[in-house]
Write a protein that binds this ligand. Structure first.
Ligand SMILES: [Zn+2]
Length: 90
């Protein structure tokens, strides 16, 4: 059994060979831009492809896939089988 931890809060997460640095759900919800405004990422198509972000407070489009969680640079992208995966940037 492989052990994997969220790279931000170090809580145990399900092992993923493909995404060794993915964030747990709690940390994904803490994502902000570089100024600390909360952002949320979602799939742009019903098929589950594409990844876009917007500001939680205004719904304004957020450009790019980069974000910060607890001051640590992370990046959101579409997961292989749909949904969004957020990973810590090395
Ligand atoms: Zn976490």
């Amino acid at each position: 059994m492989e052990n994997q931890k969220c790279p931000i809060c170090h809580k145990g997460v399900a092992y993923s060979e493909r995404y060794p640095n993915y964030l747990c759900g709690d940390c994904v919800h803490k994502a902000t831009d570089w100024e600390g405004r909360a952002v949320v990422f979602y799939n742009t198509a019903i098929s589950g492809h594409g990844c876009a972000g917007e500001y939680r407070d205004s719904g304004e489009k957020y450009h790019g896939n980069s974000c910060y969680v607890e001051g640590i640079a992370c990046e959101a992208r579409e997961a292989r089988f749909g949904g969004i995966v957020m990973e810590r940037v090395q």
